[in-house]
Design a protein around this ligand. Structure first.
Ligand SMILES: Cc1ncc(COP(=O)(O)O)c(C=O)c1O
Length: 374
């Protein structure tokens, strides 16, 4: 449904929803509006269960360890507000995390007196071993939590979260993985990573309607989870088999139609052979990266081994990322994000099924004009 007059290279922020999935959303909206009480009071939990089963199979975990949320921010805030922190506890993270999550941890630091430690990850990443050895040097006897993105947002890198979770487990450190960009992008196998908590968005690379994300919580950690909103599932009159689900599935009246499209979303991805589509996008991403580096004389952030499969970021100077991005969009009708990242500024491309070499050529030509590059 994307506007054909816009070159859309920002699936990573807010991607496009394919028409068949959008139609599924409308079907669920209609079902709700046809008989709201039946839908919300009688049938909803069964529908949610179908969606959880479908997602659990797709990302390999138990359906009862998953709850839907409108976005990863809400899912992850639920976790960090639930942990029983003591003053001076440490949260070990990196300087590549998503700005909204940095803010959530800064808030927790002020509120609870904990320390949010953003370890500097050397670029380019040399090897998994160097990353892991360097990162774990940040662990102290006060480290209570490790918080790590599996695919970073502004820098578009893939971090070795499985190995970090394995290490943390031996040290009794809680692991919270921010996988917002992972489902539908790179293979996600939750059981293999075996984190304590993991959140992913379905409305990015799985192409579901906006407002679908999940929280996975390892069974042994589910009892610590408190809902951000206390509602009927707290001290429930008819508790289900799972306090985790009772607390999280109903947080007040809400239209959960987008959650219920997940079986149709996954059916779409399977029927359209999305793994192959993603491989083609990866090839285009690698081609685009090389061409952008050589024609715009900019630097990338890593070699292809640690690069996200369908996104790449580049260093480029911008005086004011927000206004420059808007200006670039207005002039050239290209949708692409500019970021301020630590002391640097970056831009990022995202490659999805609807992108082609023409989009990259258009981007390069437009940047040459915008930045006076010969
Ligand atoms: C790494 C990362 N974490 C979390 C999020 C979630 O943001 P939101 O909850 O606003 O959708 C994003 C969104 O782009 C992200 O890239």
């Amino acid at each position: 449904m994307l506007d054909p007059n816009i070159t859309y290279l920002n699936h990573g922020s807010f991607g496009a929803c394919p028409k068949p999935i959008f139609k599924s959303l409308i079907r669920w909206h209609r079902k709700l509006e046809k008989e709201p009480v039946r839908h919300l009071a009688f049938d909803l939990y069964n529908f949610l269960q179908d969606s959880r089963f479908s997602l659990a199979e797709y990302i390999n975990c138990d359906a009862d360890d998953l709850a839907f949320f409108p976005n990863p921010s809400t899912a992850l805030n639920t976790v960090l507000r639930s942990i029983n922190f003591k003053t001076d506890d440490e949260v070990l993270s990196t300087n590549h995390e998503y700005g909204a999550m940095d803010r959530a941890w800064d808030f927790m630091s002020k509120k609870k007196g904990i320390k949010y430690i953003k370890r500097n990850i050397q670029l380019p990443i040399e090897s998994k071993e160097v990353f892991i050895n360097d990162f774990i040097k940040g662990i102290t006897d006060k480290t209570k939590v490790i918080f790590l993105s599996q695919i970073t947002s502004a820098t578009a890198l893939v971090f070795p979260v499985k190995e970090i979770c394995d290490y943390a487990r031996k040290k009794n450190i809680i692991t919270i993985i921010d996988g917002a960009h992972v489902p539908g992008h790179i293979e996600l196998d939750i059981m293999q990573i075996n984190p304590d908590f993991y959140s992913g968005a379905c409305h990015k690379w799985m192409c579901s309607p906006k407002g679908v994300a999940f929280l996975y919580a390892n069974k042994k950690m589910q009892n610590i989870i408190e809902p951000l909103v206390i509602s009927w599932g707290y001290d429930a009159e008819k508790p289900s088999h799972s306090q985790f689900l009772d607390y999280l599935q109903w947080q007040g009246t809400n239209d959960m139609s987008a959650y219920l499209t997940i079986p149709d979303t996954i059916k779409f991805l399977k029927e359209r052979n999305w793994r192959e589509v993603s491989e083609k996008c990866k090839e285009l991403n690698i081609w685009a990266k090389e061409k952008i580096i050589s024609e715009l004389k900019v630097k990338g952030l890593s070699d292809n081994k640690f690069n996200a499969k369908q996104m790449s970021s580049f260093f480029m100077h911008f005086d004011d990322v927000f206004n420059n991005q808007l200006d670039f969009y207005k002039k050239y009708k290209i949708q692409i994000p500019f970021f301020k990242w630590n002391e640097e500024t970056l831009f990022r491309i995202s490659i999805q099924a609807y992108n082609s070499k023409k989009d990259i050529d258009m981007l390069i030509d437009s940047f040459k004009k915008f930045k006076n590059i010969n």
